[in-house]
Design a protein around this ligand. Structure first.
Ligand SMILES: Cc1cc2nc3c(=O)[nH]c(=O)nc-3n(C[C@H](O)[C@H](O)[C@H](O)COP(=O)(O)OP(=O)(O)OC[C@H]3O[C@@H](n4cnc5c(N)ncnc54)[C@H](O)[C@@H]3O)c2cc1C
Length: 386
């Protein structure tokens, strides 16, 4: 089981203070943040840690690719971006796993005057909000990244943008949390809850019931359904993304390269492979890989790094991004309950926002008050009008 033969420890604890439902990047980041503070924590994952959405994810950690986001999300992105270097170092040390994080630099390329104008604006906005970002002309962009296609006008260069292997990060976070005393149970789907007044007293799985002090529902696209079992359904929905992993052989990509709208990407990995994708299929629950999906990914390779087309198609995959109706995360206490928090709905930015989300969830639960930064992401915004 697991990455490089490492086992997730299952140290025995009878009554953890916090139960985290879902072992994706959000749930494991929260578990690690609790464990680092010495707080006992149990992660219940219905499948295997690091599979599912994590396996398909590109793992790009870069500045926001649009200025059309709430100031609070920008702040979450900035805090997470700053946290990644130390978080990676800490989690690698605690787990002994390399998560493949590298700040390659990110290039978003312009092929039309309109795209060039909007990328110049985006670079100026990113720079004004504290990220290292600038517009570079075609010659400079090509010197930096010889694999760029012909006919570009220039590119936005975000020097500190990078990527990591999400499957490894999630395994490493779980192992690191376990190393610090958390318990991680795989193949433990949460099937129901025991409720006493305004509190969840236990969480039920086929492996037994687990007494709970606090509960965090971090079950990605499935979170809304679990909240529904508590009588408070939330509108999380899957947004399927298909991807291809390619190897260019001796042709090596040196930067994360994206389209001007930030919709399509090539992301290099430290093992020499390149992640290419992705589709955005809203409301689709299945994770089958389709010829049309892979054709879309390969068209992106043609648009962004055509020299890689002569390489090898190493593997394909699909994952379910946790979407929401307004494309914003849902993070905060579940209305009607005194000990249940939601941490879900991060859609395309779960990796980018995981460190700050985890910190704010832990702080909110420990202080009993959600940080004002979480106001736009409150589950309350989906309350039904009476
Ligand atoms: C193709 C693709 C590319 C992406 N690229 C990027 C990127 O470059 N950068 C970025 O920041 N984000 C990216 N994302 C998005 C990012 O991967 C997600 O936002 C993130 O993985 C969501 O993490 P999560 O922990 O909320 O959900 P998930 O990773 O889905 O984890 C939820 C977990 O809960 C478990 N679960 C569900 N129900 C139950 C239950 N009843 N009991 C127990 N466990 C349960 C599931 O098995 C799952 O493991 C990408 C996603 C895809 C699909």
């Amino acid at each position: 089981m697991g990455v490089e033969g490492k086992q997730v420890s299952t140290r025995s604890e009878t009554s953890p203070e916090v139960i985290v439902v879902g072992g994706g990047v959000i749930g494991t980041a929260i578990a690690y943040a609790f464990a680092r503070r010495g707080i006992s924590c149990l992660v219940l994952e219905q499948g295997i840690i690091g599979q599912g959405t994590s396996e398909a994810s590109a793992g790009i950690v870069s500045p926001p690719s649009t200025s059309a986001i709430p100031a609070e999300r920008l702040e979450l992105a900035r805090r997470s971006f700053q946290a990644y270097p130390w978080l990676v170092a800490a989690v690698q040390e605690d787990s002994g796993l390399d998560v493949g994080y590298r700040q390659w630099g990110e290039l978003l390329i312009a092929k039309t005057e309109e795209q060039a104008a909007s990328l110049r604006e985006l670079a100026a906005w990113q720079a004004s909000t504290g990220f290292e970002s600038e517009w570079v002309d075609e010659k400079t962009a090509r010197e930096l990244e010889p694999l760029l296609p012909e006919g570009i006008l220039g590119a936005l260069l975000a020097d500190e943008g990078g990527s990591l292997v999400v499957q490894r990060l999630v395994r490493a976070l779980a192992l690191a949390a376990a190393e610090r005393g958390a318990r991680v149970v795989e193949r433990a789907p949460v099937t129901g809850f025991e409720v006493e007044g305004e509190r969840v007293s236990a969480v039920r799985t086929p492996q037994g019931s687990f007494a709970a002090g606090q509960v965090v529902l971090a079950a990605g696209a499935w979170t809304g359904h679990l909240a529904g079992q508590l009588g408070r359904p939330l509108p999380t929905l899957p947004v399927k993304g298909q991807m291809a992993l390619i190897s260019g052989g001796t042709t090596v990509l040196r930067h994360v390269v994206g389209t001007a709208d930030g919709d399509g990407y090539l992301a290099p990995r430290t093992d020499g492979t390149v992640w290419a994708g992705s589709t955005k299929e809203r409301g689709v629950w299945d994770t089958r890989v389709t010829p049309a999906g892979i054709a879309h990914c390969l068209r992106l390779v043609e648009q962004l790094g055509p020299g890689l087309l002569g390489g090898e198609l190493v593997s394909t995959g699909a994952g379910l991004r946790p979407g929401t109706p307004d494309d914003e995360p849902i993070v905060g206490p579940l209305p009607g309950y005194r000990n249940v928090w939601i941490a879900a709905g991060h859609y395309r930015t779960g990796v980018q926002l995981a460190p700050a989300t985890a910190d704010l969830v832990v702080q909110g639960i420990l202080s009993g008050e959600p940080d004002p930064l979480l106001a736009p992401f409150s589950p309350h915004r989906f309350d039904q009008a009476p």
